[in-house]
Design a protein around this ligand. Structure first.
Ligand code: 3HC
Ligand code: NAI
Length: 690
């Protein structure tokens, strides 16, 4: 074994060179790895004793891509295109032996090998789009030459990998190895030599791309199909343009086009935001006073209280990963309704081919319905998702404390209430925690894990680990009204409501926010959630616009009328002039002057209060870091990931400009628009949120 450099070894066995990369955690293509590949391949190619070369990685995975921390920094080391050219031109066959994930630049390196073998669990993909990028190391030109333009666009625009057996079917992989991967790779290389198989250079085979030449409708149709999903994102469109180049231009010209478009994306704000979010999401799992090796409480059986909107979704999350759930309700009717919704959700997924009917039955089989809280006695963790009512929650926690076994975690899904007050009802406040899921709970990726004053570290670690286990992103929050996300939402809603009283229509405000990239504006969201959430018919006296809407029976989508009208069974909001007239009348009764509120003003008035509240949340220690706040907003509320969350957005705008804008608005309401001390200080220093 020869050390090529600290992360690369070369070993020659019976004429087969094995080049091994060992650069934890994921063998990303750092300068050292590129150097290792360059020098290692050169040495093996020049060694007359070597007849074929196998590239393999140590540790948990094959090369998982370019080193994202180095992208755009002009880092030192061999150039990747040079390494790839040397590999592809090698007169000796090179075999990539893949385990874990061959992603991005990793797969692009493998595509310059003449053959690829993989273990059955390996995943192969080009996920650059998720970082606001396109595959910039030849992937957009080579992948279509193997799988055809349509499938290549699908793989690169969605960014999801194929597992090895699927990759085998489409020719991306040549053989599945069972047993030791290196041995399998060496055996495959020997077979190539014995059978005198040709050196396959992906770049030279145009047979999959030429049939698409002169057929622009292929691309038009792909664009149309993915229009909604790709709204606002640049990278998918650039990927499509690269595949058009792969189809219409010679290989080297296609590579040039890819490089130009890659550089443009790399230096643009969208990719900067998405790369920032990549690390933000991972950072969120790190809690300074809860070490990574904190022992976890095993969660083998769970309980959920309440089979409503949230309880149902939370139950699905748990059974999806095989955790049996006992779900408790107050009436058979509520229980039946809750289970029916869960089943319908699964059946819909099965209809789309993403689950088998057997999976549906297995998951439903893991749910035990009950009307008796005693059935929760053996659960390792219970998640309470009953009505948002403090007295009810207190009573339930007293009961749970008496029923649940010692050491069981008692979690609440409250969206705003005081976890400490709830914990104080029990004799085990250290086992009480908030796990705040977002609606629809089986879809949205965020869980705000809310730490009470007495919550134990192993309980926090377990709740964070459980979030990851069910495929979600856990973000830790301290206790305050509304935690991180909803507390920031309140400020946005105050201003959205004011702008409609000053002259904007709900549809205009919603459009400004959807044009910014949110999936939905505040008024459409209010209709979805129910205009009457927190409204009381008995005490309502028409004092607020909401009172008036609810009194008029406009309670949101459920009544087919709220800020908008709805056709029965259709969620599309239809603006209604009578509502606008109702708003104008209400504003007049409050002597609010009407004027034209510009789109830019609407946007700033809705978003800047969120940043200001975020600064308070940070200085109070409710959120550990600004990037946690951004993670909450991207994954819980649909803040467009290509704008990187409110705190990143504020940094990109410049905090000084943001504070100056607050000063402009302060004429109307000085108290509301006073910058938080942290924001004022950072703006004065010319700094940003870290
Ligand atoms: N560069 C730098 N660091 C990376 C990295 C990369 N490509 N991929 C992962 N890491 C780091 C993570 O930040 C994390 O660091 P931490 O432990 O300090 O937080 C560590 O590796 C482990 O990552 P995960 O926590 O995500 O581990 P998982 O096992 O859950 O997932 C993975 C592994 C599937 C490889 C996942 O990390 C992943 O999807 N990585 C990104 C893959 C990617 O996007 N590749 C394309 C890069 S862009 C590119 O290649 C451009 C090219 O076309 C020119
Ligand atoms: P929901 O009204 O849809 O469901 C609540 C369910 O709890 C009902 O089915 C009810 O019968 C049941 N229930 C009431 N008392 C019970 C008891 N003593 N024992 C067992 N079941 C009981 O309410 P939803 O929307 O699911 O909200 C539940 C909790 O989740 C609330 O705290 C809410 O604030 C929170 N939340 C709601 C979100 C949403 O968008 N709906 C988002 C995030 C959190």
């Amino acid at each position: 074994m020869t050390a090529i450099n600290p992360v690369t070894d070369l070993d020659v066995r019976e004429g087969i060179a094995v080049l091994t990369l060992n650069s934890p955690p994921v063998n990303a293509l750092s300068g050292a790895v590129r150097d290792g590949l360059h020098d290692g391949f050169q040495k093996a190619i020049n060694d007359p004793a070597v007849k074929a070369i196998v590239l393999v990685c140590a540790g948990r995975t094959f090369i998982a891509g370019a080193d994202i921390t180095e992208l755009g920094t002009g880092a030192k080391g061999a150039s990747l295109p040079d390494v790839q050219s040397m590999m592809e031109a090698s007169p000796k066959p090179i075999v990539a032996a893949i385990h874990g994930t061959a992603l991005g630049g990793g797969l692009e390196v493998a595509l310059c090998c003449h053959y690829r073998v993989a273990v059955a669990t390996a995943q192969l993909g080009l996920p650059e789009v998720k970082l606001g990028l396109l595959p910039g190391a030849g992937g957009t030109q080579r992948l279509p030459r193997i799988v055809g333009p349509e499938m290549a666009m699908e793989m690169m625009c969605l960014g999801d990998p194929l597992v090895a057996p699927e990759a085998l079917k489409v020719g991306l992989c040549d053989e599945i190895v069972s047993g030791d991967l290196t041995e399998g790779g060496v055996a495959f290389a020997k077979k190539l030599l014995a059978e005198k198989r040709p050196l396959v250079r992906v770049r030279d085979n145009d047979s999959r791309v030429t049939p698409a030449r002169g057929k622009p409708e292929i691309f038009a149709s792909f664009r149309k199909t993915h229009e909604r999903k790709n709204r606002g994102f640049l990278a998918p469109e650039y990927i499509i343009r690269c595949v058009e180049a792969a189809v219409n231009l010679p290989f080297d010209d296609g590579i040039k086009r890819e490089a130009e478009l890659f550089r443009e994306l790399l230096s643009g704000p969208q990719s900067a935001a998405q790369r920032y979010m990549f690390f933000a999401e991972r950072q969120a799992a790190k809690i300074p006073d809860v070490p990574a090796d904190t022992p976890l409480i095993p969660i083998n059986r769970a309980g959920v209280l309440g089979a409503g909107t949230m309880g149902g979704g939370i139950t699905m999350n748990l059974v999806n990963v095989g955790i049996p759930v006992t779900i408790v309700e107050t009436s058979q009717e509520a229980l039946d309704r809750g289970l029916k919704v869960i089943r319908t959700n699964y059946e819909n997924t099965a209809r789309k081919g993403r689950l088998t009917q057997a999976d549906v039955e297995t998951r439903m089989g893991l749910i035990t319905p009950s009307l008796d809280m005693q059935a929760l006695a053996s659960a390792d963790m219970v998640v309470e998702a009953v009505f948002e009512n403090m007295e009810l929650k207190k009573e339930i926690f007293r009961k749970l404390d008496a029923i649940c076994k010692p050491g069981a975690i008692l979690a609440t899904n409250t969206s705003a209430l005081d976890i400490n007050a709830i914990a104080a009802q029990t004799k085990r406040p250290e086992y009480v925690i908030g796990t705040h899921y977002f609606s629809p709970a089986n879809v949205m990726k965020l869980v705000e894990v809310v730490r009470g004053d007495k919550t134990a570290k192993n309980v926090i670690a377990t709740a964070m680990a459980l979030s990851k286990r069910i495929g979600k992103i856990g973000v830790l929050s301290g206790v305050c009204y509304g935690f991180i996300g909803n507390r920031m939402l309140f400020g946005r809603n105050v201003q959205a409501n004011r702008t409609i009283l000053e002259g904007a229509s709900p549809a205009r405000v919603d459009k400004v926010l959807t044009d910014f990239g949110f999936p939905m504006g505040p008024f459409a969201m209010s209709d979805l959630a129910g205009v009457d959430v927190g409204w009381n018919a008995k005490t309502s006296k028409g004092e607020t616009l909401r009172d008036r809407l609810c009194e008029a029976g406009r309670r949101g989508q459920k009544t087919n009328a709220g800020y908008y009208d709805y056709k029965p069974g259709d969620r599309t909001p239809i603006p209604n002039e009578d509502v606008v007239a109702m708003i104008r009348e209400f504003a007049a009764s409050k002597q609010i002057r009407q004027r034209d509120v510009s789109d830019a003003e609407i946007l700033d008035r809705c978003l800047i209060p969120m940043v200001n509240e975020g600064a308070k949340i940070l200085s109070e220690g409710i959120a550990i870091r600004a990037s946690d706040i951004d993670t909450v907003w991207v994954h819980g509320y649909g803040w467009p990931v290509y704008r990187g969350g409110p705190m990143h957005w504020a940094n990109s705008m410049g905090l000084d400009k943001l504070v100056a804008r607050m000063q402009e608005f302060a004429a109307d309401d000085a108290a509301f628009w006073t910058p938080a001390p942290m924001l004022a200080e950072l703006a004065a220093k010319g700094g940003g949120f870290k």
